[in-house]
Design a protein around this ligand. Structure first.
Ligand code: BEZ
Length: 199
C-alpha cells in the first residue's frame, strides 16, 4: 500500500467531539513525548504484541540502510505495556506528520494500572504498508539496528531507550529484551546512544 497516511488519518473523525483523547504509546513515545499532554499514565492494551517489524527510512534509518522500529501485531492473549497520554485533538496533526511512514490511527480500549479503562487511540503500521519489514530472527534484527541511523539518531539508541523505559515500567517484553541482548553482544560499537556516546 503506497499511501499518504497523513490524509487518511485526517479523515478519522472518531474523536472529533472529544475535548481530549487518550493516546497509547508503545514505542518511542514511551521515552520521548515531543508533544504537549495533559496527563501521562502507565497502561497496557490487550490482543497486541510489540514487534520490530516496521522499517524506518525517515527517522532511524535511510532509504539505503533502513532501520527497524516497532509496530503492533494482533495476537490473541498478548498484552502490550506502554504509556498513555491524554492529549487534545490538535496534537494529532503533529503525530500524523511524525508517523507518516505507514502508521494509521486505530481506536482501542486502554487499560490503566489502577483497573480503570478508556477508549483511546494507537498508531499502527499494518502489514500492507509499504515500509512493513515483517518478521526476522532477533539476532538479524539486532544486526540491522546496529547498522542503521537516521535524522532522529542511531537506531540502537531507539532500541536501548525503549528497553530501558520498559524496565522502568516493570514491563516484560521478551522480543525487545532479546534484541537488546543481541545488540549488546555485537560489541560497544554497535550500541550507540548518540554521536560518540556508547551504552
Ligand atoms: C508509539 O510510540 O507508540 C508510536 C509508535 C509508532 C507510531 C506512533 C507512535
Amino acid at each position: 500500500m503506497s499511501v499518504n497516511t497523513i490524509a487518511i488519518n485526517r479523515q478519522m473523525s472518531h474523536f472529533d467531539d472529544h475535548a481530549s483523547v487518550w493516546l497509547f504509546g508503545y514505542g518511542s513515545i514511551i521515552f520521548k513525548a515531543d508533544f504537549p499532554y495533559l496527563e501521562r499514565r502507565p497502561a497496557h492494551i490487550r490482543g497486541w504484541a510489540r514487534r520490530f517489524w516496521q522499517a524506518s527510512h525517515d527517522h532511524r534509518g535511510t532509504p539505503d540502510a533502513p532501520g527497524r522500529v516497532v509496530t503492533l501485531i494482533a495476537q490473541e492473549g498478548a498484552v502490550c505495556a506502554g504509556m498513555a497520554y491524554l492529549i487534545t485533538p490538535e496534537v494529532f496533526a503533529h503525530l500524523d506528520h511524525r508517523e507518516k511512514n505507514g502508521y494509521l490511527r486505530l481506536a482501542t480500549p486502554i487499560m490503566f494500572e489502577d483497573g480503570q479503562q478508556a477508549e483511546g487511540l494507537i498508531y499502527i503500521a499494518a502489514e500492507d504498508n509499504q515500509a512493513f519489514a515483517g518478521p526476522a530472527g532477533e539476532p538479524e534484527i539486532a544486526r540491522q539496528i546496529a547498522g542503521a541511523a537516521g535524522p532522529s539518531g542511531p537506531n540502537s539508541e531507539y532500541l536501548l531507550k525503549l528497553a530501558q523505559a520498559l524496565r522502568e515500567l516493570g514491563a516484560e517484553d521478551a522480543h525487545v529484551f532479546a534484541i537488546e541482548r543481541h545488540l549488546l553482544q555485537l560489541g560497544p560499537a554497535a550500541a550507540v546512544l548518540s554521536s560518540g556516546q556508547r551504552a
